[in-house]
Design a protein around this ligand. Sequence first.
Ligand code: PMP
Length: 383
Amino acid sequence: MGIYLDYNASAPIDPRVLDVMIDVYRNSYGNADSRTHDHGENARILVENARKQVASLLGITSSEVFFTSGATESNNIAIQGLDEYSNQSGKKHIITTGIEHKAVLETVKAMQKRGYEIDIVNPNASGRIDPKQVIELIREDTLLVSIMHVNNETGIIQPVEEIGEFLEGKNVFFHVDATQSCGKLVDEIRRLKYDMLSFSAHKLSGPQGIGVLVLRKRRYKLPPVKSIMYGGQQEHGIRPGTIPVALVVGCGMACEFAEKEYQINCISMKSIKAELVNLLKQSGVEHYFNGDQNYCVDSTVNIRFPGVMSEALMISSKQYCSISNGSACTSKSYSPSYVLEAMGIPVNEIEESVRISWGANISLEEFQKNMGYLLNAVKQFAI
Ligand code: PMP
């Protein structure tokens, strides 16, 4: 196996996080909602500590943090959970973008079938949506605006800051899918104005299968989001089901490390990107970045190599590096990336595009060596 460069699909778990989790699995097996014994109480203490770690990273209070199974579930609850309020208020209009993760896009499509009116905003080739287009679509009956912070395929940062500022104090809920930015754009998220925010722990070196839905209070009141499942009263009824204590603790630890280390991580990710740009230049291979790089995070690139089919490139260089050409969630059957399509990129160019994404902890030496192999493969295909 070559170097792993698909962090946007899932980042490897931080061994320090794993160690803490194993200890919890071994020694703290109680149910955090058991009230009758110390084992339950001990588990509850661990869960509440993790909630504080998450809140501290995001700059919010721990009563605004709700654990879920991941960003897919958080997005579903944030959107579908407003159904009851929508029926009461008559607000049935939702605005989102064509580059959202399927966990948002498929959810709003399902809402459309239930009578909601959906407006979808697409970016241009920059990969960044125009906030004015979103703002112009807002109406009296707009229930929700749902926009991702960083796109998973291009790494392009979306103007959620501007949209949040505009929506502040308005009677419209603002949901941000921060799955690709949480733990990376730490100061930016702290500044953001939003009502709901989603992320998965595994994108910031925590465990898979655990995520967070943040519900921000407005004048001490949470948004009127209701559970989308029937069950117990866990997570204040927002997400019924036994709390997976070790996963929650892993999520909390990942947030704590992200908070302590994000500045140094940023420097390291930036230097890897600079090295990639350097290697591309030195290799002389023709290449184009998809999306405006002035707005791209330092941990992702989406590159097009003219004349090189991405599928063939990925197969031929599999032993050197694990990269991708689209979201893992839609990759069962090959179809051109809907994100790049929404940016207006022609299908033949999409077929020549790959995503490379990394974390702060990869070895620069390994990266240089394996990128060298990849670029040699590109050269051979491009002949
Ligand atoms: N939103 C975004 C932006 C993502 O990148 C992902 C994961 N690819 C998700 C939501 C869904 O996350 P999960 O599969 O962990 O539920």
